[in-house]
Design a binder for this molecule. Structure first.
Ligand SMILES: Nc1nc2c(ncn2[C@@H]2O[C@H](COP(=O)(O)OP(=O)(O)OP(=O)(O)O)[C@@H](O)[C@H]2O)c(=O)[nH]1
Ligand SMILES: [Mg+2]
Length: 406
């Protein structure tokens, strides 16, 4: 037996802690899969479901509503100006023993365009600045030297960016690699060589380069996903996305953990994929700009079907559902009528199980009770997603349109 004085003060504190442990403390430390019965045989392999971790709140300081909105960059006002054209030169050829060498002023180079380009790596408009100036063309030079053209200036934007000028939508950049010339560069000026004519053998005229086009554009980001998850803060939307896809949005026990939409891809057999967007939480009165407001709902506009995520552990979960639909209708009439399914999350909690029968009775439609944390009944959600996707594709094909894939 080693005497206690041989241990450092730190070790002694640790030993004290061990002595205080009780069986219940051990139970808390056990992984959840040891305490719960094995779920029924799974129809599909959901490796991520078992990996979905419960992350404890890092005691983050609550942000005010005003500050919350600053984090959410999905629209930008941008002033774009094309590069100015270079000026033409006015000079005459001069060489020993050569009289009347003639005009030799070169043209100016054209100004560079400012181009919006979709880049897969860019996920939000936060990297887009408020003003851009294209590269200017070089001035023309002596000896008929033309100025160099200004190169194009690319502004990298995320996929799903809408470009508006005033009220008009001028471009919809929804595919990777899509480009839109936001501002044209100015044409280069002409040097005096250009004005050489039979009746004027020594022109001195040269013109200035034209200024680049100037425009004020509004960029608006609309995520492109097939399914959109809508729910109150803390309903477990991000946990669910982590469980069914490889996306890794933050999960924590405080509201508004998610401040920008995340997209996850759910993989099925036969290389079929369904994209699911996790939208920041909606609160009652969002249409009056409460919480994060309704600004982020523009991401749902493009979703083909919706997943309403309800927290079953709250006292009256059906009220949450009514509020969600009400807020959607306030944003855009008919939005809540899109093909959708209702998900009752946190079924692993006893109070959630107690609320389930009443919610089902009030709902009058099928509800998928599941647990994002334990992975219980996730198969039902995956099958339902696939069905919604197949139905959508069929409907699109019937109308002669190409269904949205990813
Ligand atoms: N018991 C239990 N807790 C869950 C479950 N799903 C999520 N949670 C917990 O609920 C809390 C909120 O989860 P999130 O996934 O961040 O919720 P959210 O809907 O994304 O929240 P916001 O981003 O704020 O809108 C976290 O503490 C999760 O651990 C579940 O199925 N069971
Ligand atoms: Mg979240």
């Amino acid at each position: 037996m080693i005497p206690a004085r041989f241990f450092s003060a730190r070790w002694q504190t640790a030993l004290e802690g061990v002595r205080r442990w009780t069986p219940s403390t051990w139970a808390i430390l056990q992984p959840s899969w040891l305490l719960q019965p094995e779920p029924a045989a799974r129809l599909l392999s959901i490796s991520c479901a078992s990996c979905a971790k419960r992350q404890e709140s890092p005691q983050k300081k609550m942000l005010s509503e005003k500050k919350l909105k600053r984090y959410f960059v999905d629209h930008r006002r941008v002033l774009v100006r094309g590069g100015d054209g270079g000026n033409g030169a006015s000079c005459f050829h001069s060489e020993p023993r050569k009289e009347f060498g003639g005009p030799s002023g070169g043209d100016g180079g054209s100004g560079g365009h400012v181009i919006l380009k979709v880049d897969r790596q860019v996920k939000s408009l936060s990297s887009v600045l408020t003003r851009y100036q294209g590269f200017h063309g070089e001035d023309g030079g002596r000896k008929n030297c033309f100025g160099r053209n200004g190169g194009p200036l690319y502004i990298r934007v995320p996929r799903g960016t809408l470009v508006k000028e005033g009220e008009d939508t001028v471009a919809d950049l929804s595919c990777p690699g899509d480009e839109y010339v936001a501002a044209l560069g100015g044409a280069g000026g002409k040097g005096n060589r250009f004005f050489l004519a039979n009746d004027n053998r020594a022109p001195v005229t040269c013109t200035r380069g034209q200024p680049g086009q100037e425009r004020v554009l509004f960029l608006e980001l609309k995520m492109v996903a097939q399914a959109g998850m809508i729910g109150f803060p803390n309903a477990g939307k991000s946990s669910l996305l982590r469980a069914i896809s490889n996306a890794r949005p933050a999960v924590a026990a405080y509201p508004f953990t998610t401040l920008k939409p995340h997209i996850g891809v759910v993989h099925y057999e036969g290389h079929q994929q369904v994209t699911v967007a996790d939208i920041p939480g909606i609160v009652r009165g969002a249409h009056q700009n409460r919480g994060l407001g309704l600004a982020f709902l523009r991401h749902i506009e493009r979703c083909r079907f919706l997943l309403f995520v309800v927290d079953l552990s709250v006292p009256e979960p059906w009220v949450q559902l009514q509020d969600l639909k009400y807020e959607l209708e306030k944003y855009e009439e008919g939005l809540s009528e899109r093909p959708h399914t209702v998900i009752g999350n946190k079924i692993d909690l006893p109070e959630a199980r107690a609320h389930l029968p009443e919610l089902q009775a009030r709902l009058g439609q099928t509800l998928i009770p599941l647990s994002a944390t334990t992975g219980e009944n996730l198969e039902a959600l995956l099958l339902c997603l696939k069905e919604l996707c197949d139905n959508h594709a069929e409907a699109e094909r019937a109308c002669g349109r190409q269904p949205l894939s990813r």
